[in-house]
Write a protein that binds this ligand. Structure first.
Ligand code: G6P
Length: 610
């Protein structure tokens, strides 16, 4: 939710900032802006994409070895040139970029107006930079100290970078609740929302913690807390491969990420299966005794990660025989949920930064639960706040609609449920071997499904103008239906609903007519006969049936209008393979409708505001 990048060092800042903003564009893309400091402070900003900003900057003074850039996902104030970041202080001496929300901005703004400040935008961010300047002037303190005092008055979430014309040696950043990474090069420093704009210049990074301020000056880098306590520089090495940040010949990141799934699933179980008979997950193993006796597992997440959690419910009940509740993090955090020390909470998040998930974790932690994170982005906030966890190793996911992260999350949940079940004695040695052997066949099965791409594109042609879609599934096919519907609405803007197949008759059946495509997960191990009955009900009302079936199926083939055949697998593994054709169907429909697949309207990949 908003991407920020900043640079100070011997290179020209502009190319680094523009390239960085393009990498961060998945976080927000309704407007963008840049500040460059040379003898003057030049600010260029524009509604629209980073490419529009870049174009509008051509021919202007782009020199400067210190600068910062921002790509926005609007919270306060509509997306236009005026509300785009950077914002300036009253005198024009200071500029700020910000990711997050200043909750008490209204009262701060009122007080500043009384003191003679005037504002040019509708944003909360502009209030903060005015406040900093006001403190600097009125309290007669230095730039650095003014930032620190101002932040202690602010309520809300932020990652900010600030520069000042009268303090040209300084670049100051701070974080509370929104991510910020510091890149440490040879006499050069970078700040960014994630490591992707930094990795091609240096692999040395510091993940800033909440309540910390990073100050780059002519003395180098120092980090202190808002309470003015100096912190040691804890430098870590990045492991991102640069190629994973490029499209690699694919038309869109989303398509590349769909096609990467044989590998990303393999990467998520690689090294965790020993000799086909044992799962080794360090994070889980240290809780072995606790897990044998826990009351229940609580799974929290948002969006696609929540769908993976629903698959997890099935898996932990089936294989570990532990009661499970799956919660939207945003709902959980605002109830008064009953959580005890005997609960084990699994927080699922691709980005590791989702604000609601982070807040739900804090709540469960306060209540004494053990928190386990399943995340993709290494070094992100959730893995750093949980007691233990497992990375899914899916590699950077850049398309806003999540694809390979979902299947890798499900893979991690499969491994965990097998491991706990095996340790509890619910799964025998023989069964464990069967399950792990089957998991190892999944990447090849997905390769086979990916070969159906051209056929699925033909189906997409037939349905691209539909107004609505219904997705039905039973058991573990239900979260697959939800995920299929979410993918379609996210990127093609066609209204779609996922439903448990049997629930259709309690409502959605009223919608079915000859115009309504109904995608049914009708694989043979998955409550097959019951689903066949549901298909009959749709057919009787002339709905257009697209069925995901097991290879060689004849019964559903005789009923459905179109079938997509996928290899046979045990029910537990179905989400890993049945999701793939649904991702492709959504992708092709969206492309045919001319939608921006990688950056759908109004969405952002990492939602760091609640
Ligand atoms: C946003 C993204 C979704 C994602 C959800 C949760 O809505 O667009 O793709 O599923 O956030 O994000 P997380 O990073 O916590 O998995």
């Amino acid at each position: 939710m908003c991407g920020i990048v900043a640079y100070k060092g011997p290179r020209e800042a502009y190319p680094i900032l523009i390239k960085g903003l393009k990498r961060l564009e998945y976080r927000g893309y309704d407007s963008a802006g840049i500040a460059l400091l040379n003898e003057s402070l030049n600010i260029y900003k524009k509604a629209g994409k980073v490419a529009d900003l870049d174009e509008s900057c051509q021919g202007k003074d782009l020199s400067g070895h210190i600068g910062m850039g921002h790509t926005r996902w609007a919270t306060h104030g509509e997306p236009n040139d005026r509300n785009a970041h950077p914002h300036m202080s009253q005198s024009g001496d200071m500029a700020i970029i910000h990711n997050g929300i200043i909750e008490n901005y209204a009262s701060l703004k009122e007080a500043l107006i009384l003191r003679g400040h005037t504002f040019k935008s509708d944003t909360d961010t502009e209030v903060l930079i005015h406040l900093i300047e006001d403190i600097k002037d009125k309290a007669n303190v230095g730039f650095e100290e003014a930032v620190r005092i101002a932040l202690s008055e602010v309520i809300g979430a932020y990652a900010i970078v600030i520069l000042s014309k009268s303090n040209p040696d300084y670049l100051i950043a701070a974080r509370k609740g929104s991510p910020l990474v510091v890149g440490v090069g040879e006499d050069e420093y970078f700040f960014a929302s994630d490591a992707t704009p930094i990795v091609e210049y240096t692999r040395n990074v510091i993940y800033l913690n909440d309540g910390e301020i990073a100050i780059v000056s002519k003395d180098g880098l120092k980090i202190k807390t808002i309470e003015n306590i100096d912190k040691p520089l804890y430098i870590q090495e990045l492991e991102i491969n640069l190629e994973t940040l490029e499209k690699g010949g694919y038309e869109h990141f989303m398509l590349k990420e769909i096609f990467e799934q044989p590998k990303s699933i393999l990467d998520s179980f690689r090294g965790r299966i020993h000799d086909h008979k044992q799962v080794v997950m360090a994070g889980i193993d240290q809780y072995e005794n606790k897990l044998k006796n826990i009351n229940r597992i609580l799974i929290i997440g948002c969006g696609t990660s929540w769908h993976a959690g629903l698959v997890g419910e099935y898996l932990f009940e089936e294989f570990s025989r532990i009661p499970v509740e799956v919660e939207y993090a945003s709902e959980f955090r605002y109830r008064n949920p009953i959580v005890t020390e005997n609960d084990f909470v699994i927080a699922i998040s691709q980005s590791g930064e989702t604000a609601d998930t982070l807040a739900a974790i804090e709540l469960a932690k306060e209540k004494g639960a053990t928190i386990f994170g399943i995340c993709n982005v290494v070094g992100s906030s959730i893995p750093r706040t949980t007691h233990a966890g497992a990375y899914i190793h899916a590699g950077p996911e850049i398309g806003v609609a999540s694809t390979k992260a979902f299947t890798a999350q499900v893979t991690a949940l499969l491994l965990m449920s097998f491991s706990i079940g095996h340790k509890k004695g619910v799964i025998s040695d023989r069964r464990m071997r069967e399950l792990l052997t089957e998991l190892e066949t999944i990447p090849a099965k997905i390769e086979k499904i990916l070969k159906l791409d051209t056929y699925i594109k033909e189906l997409a042609e037939l349905f691209k103008d539909s107004k609505n879609f219904l997705y039905l599934g039973r058991g573990v096919g239900f979260p697959v239906a939800l995920e299929g519907a979410l993918k379609l609405k996210e990127i093609s803007y066609i209204h779609a609903e996922g439903y448990p197949a049997a629930e259709m008759k309690h409502g959605p059946i009223a919608l079915i007519d000859a115009e309504m495509p109904v995608v049914v997960i009708a694989t043979q191990r998955n409550h097959y006969d019951k689903v066949v009955s549901n298909i009959q009900e749709v057919k009787a009302r002339k709905g257009k049936i697209i069925a995901i079936v097991t290879e060689g199926d004849t019964v559903v083939k005789g009923l459905a209008d179109y079938i997509i055949e996928i290899p046979d697998t045990e029910e537990a593994f179905l989400p890993l393979i049945a999701t793939i054709p649904l991702q492709l169907l959504s992708y092709h429909i969206a492309v045919l409708r001319g939608c921006n697949v990688d950056q759908p309207r109004n969405l952002a990949k990492s939602v760091t505001v609640e």
